[in-house]
Design a protein around this ligand. Structure first.
Ligand code: FE
Length: 132
């Protein structure tokens, strides 16, 4: 994990590709079915695209049909955090990287067993590290 993370919005803006900045720092949403990680079935770890913190293991990934990568649980530990998001006239649980505050997506209660959770995550917020 990279602990030397930018402190200001200006730094992030300089550092990140514009689309990634829009999603992770301005809480944007990528178009569904647009990103390469959606159908990735390789074993490995999904890390934060902004800071490299480990967020989701491939063993919890499933096809939700939503068009965004979906997971039924974050990695054990405390790398993923949530908060209530009331934007766009909805009440949702926003999912964030605890280390750097990157917006990842939202979590819903209609996921598969064993958790019944569906972490609906923008793939531009993630980078995949293949298991070695
Ligand atoms: Fe992060």
């Amino acid at each position: 994990m990279n602990d030397n993370i930018p402190k200001s919005d200006e730094e992030w803006k300089r550092l990140l590709p514009p689309e990634q900045y829009h999603v992770t720092r301005e809480k944007g949403t990528e178009k569904p079915f647009t990103e390469k990680l959606l159908h990735n079935k390789e074993k490995g770890m999904y890390v934060c695209a902004d800071c490299g913190s480990e967020l989701f293991g491939s063993e919890t990934k499933f096809d939700s049909g939503s068009g965004w990568p979906s997971f039924w649980a974050p990695v054990s530990g405390n790398n993923v955090t949530t908060r209530v998001d009331t934007s766009h006239g909805m009440t949702r649980e926003e999912v964030l990287c605890k280390n750097c505050g990157a917006h990842l997506g939202h979590v819903f209660n209609d996921g598969p067993k064993p958790t019944n959770l569906r972490y609906c995550i923008n793939s531009i917020s993630l980078k995949f590290q293949k298991e070695k």
